[in-house]
Design a protein around this ligand. Structure first.
Ligand code: NZQ
Ligand code: ZN
Length: 384
């Protein structure tokens, strides 16, 4: 096992009817900014529930944070925070709203040009405290220290990370996900699945407990994902998915093991260039990525075939092939396409993504930094 620090200070407040506990978690004299996305949180009553719980607090609102939250939108929230001397941010939404709040929390305490935070990949030293009311299980942002922000002017997705970006608390009420449509349910399951594989399908370092955790999360997604699509109000299914998605990217399964993330880096370029939902880019890239790099990842892929897909017989190569086919089929069964042609993209897109990877210095990706542009080309051509 590799050396590691494990630190995760976020209080998870899990279960039905927990929003009413907000006042216990936010100082009474706090000046709070509630951040949210489009109209889903208002339409399904979550926003009203939050406002009711905070009666008597000083509350401001900032709505309109789009999927793949942009610097251009968020900078307006930074101005509001400064003007109103806000000192606590409450994100009500999915990964985009939470990530947006993380950027605002950082930018509001930064003296220089807020764009530096994205372009200079600075270590985040300071940020306002953030709380979360989660409405979409997918990214794990509610209990981690990362955020992904799009700079629309340059079509770039920037990642920021820092200890101060862990939310202070995250309310995970599974009933808040009842109103998700099939597309977002599918996206959430695929995103969590790929978060696990990025930390699991690398090379062995004798980490049996991380492996068993990872396999448990994958098996849960495979079992519960289709059930969530079939029934919009099954509390237990939504609860299982919500907790699984958080555990997939809260630092636990990634401690002491190598990380890949090449699929995510290529996926981010596809989103930045063509606006494809984050998880949908991953469903396209992952199967091809694993196929192209199957020799370097052989031992873990055989383990994945055996323990996740139950493929215990036959040659290793054949089992890997079947496991990848089953993975693609699972994504498709969740309503998430696995080929670029589903988005009417072809060779031009491959060339564009490669150009952007190069411009963003994404030329040595993966757990061994051996995913060069040539390998990325093979991966992308395998997505056509
Ligand atoms: O904007 P509204 O109207 O709220 O609608 C949202 C949005 O259109 C809707 N939605 C959310 N909760 C709902 C709901 N609709 C009905 N009922 C509800 N309860 O869902 C749509 C998508 O929301 P979004 O927050 O964009 O989705 P997701 O949680 O998948 O977040 C994606 C973003 O997270 C980043 C991605 O790059 C992308 O920008 N990621 C963040 C990570 C992190 N911080 O650790 C890691 C990930 O790999 C990922 O990169
Ligand atoms: Zn992701």
């Amino acid at each position: 096992m590799l050396n590691f620090d494990f630190y995760n200070p976020t209080r998870v407040i899990f279960g039905d009817d927990r929003i009413a506990e907000l006042p216990k978690r936010i100082p009474h004299d706090a000046r709070i900014l509630i951040l949210y996305g489009g109209d889903s949180a208002r339409r399904n009553g979550t926003l009203d529930e939050v406002l009711d719980a905070l009666v008597g607090h000083e509350v401001f609102e900032f709505g309109g944070i789009e999927a793949n939250p942009s610097y251009e939108t968020l900078i307006k929230a930074v101005e509001l925070v400064r003007a109103e001397k806000v000192d606590f941010l409450l994100a009500v939404g999915g990964g985009s709203v939470i990530d947006g709040a993380k950027f605002v929390a950082t930018a509001a305490t930064y003296d220089g040009d807020p764009l530096d935070i994205l372009t200079r990949r600075m270590r985040i030293m300071n940020a306002l405290p953030i709380g979360v009311v989660l409405t979409l299980a997918a990214t794990g942002s509610e209990t981690n220290n990362g955020a992904v922000i799009t700079h629309q002017a340059t079509q770039t997705k920037h990642t920021l990370m820092g200890e101060r970006l862990y939310p202070v608390f995250a309310i995970l009420d599974p009933t808040k996900t009842f109103t998700l449509d099939a597309r977002q349910i599918g996206n959430g399951v695929v995103d969590a699945f790929v978060h696990v594989t990025e930390q699991y399908l690398t090379y062995p370092v004798n980490s049996p407990v991380q492996d068993r955790f990872a396999e448990g999360l994958l098996l849960t997604l495979i079992d519960q994902g289709p059930k969530a699509l079939a029934s919009s109000r099954d509390y237990d299914v939504r609860a299982n998915l919500m907790w699984t998605a958080s555990l997939a990217l809260n630092g636990l399964i990634g401690s002491g093991v190598p990380h890949d993330w090449a699929t995510h880096m290529i996926g981010h370029e596809l989103t930045a260039l063509y606006g494809i939902d984050h998880a949908r880019t991953l469903a396209v890239v992952l199967p091809s990525m694993l196929k192209v790099r199957k020799d370097a990842k052989k031992e873990k892929l055989v383990q994945f075939a055996e323990r996740v897909w139950g493929l215990t017989e036959g040659e290793d190569d054949q089992r890997i092939r079947y496991a990848l086919a089953r993975t693609s089929k699972f994504f498709e069964s969740m309503g998430v396409p696995t080929k670029l042609s589903a988005y009417n993209l072809g060779q031009d897109a491959v060339e564009n993504v490669l150009k952007h990877l190069e411009a963003h210095n994404m030329t040595a990706l993966g757990e061994k930094r051996d995913v060069t542009l040539e390998i990325s080309r093979k991966v992308l051509e395998g997505c056509l």
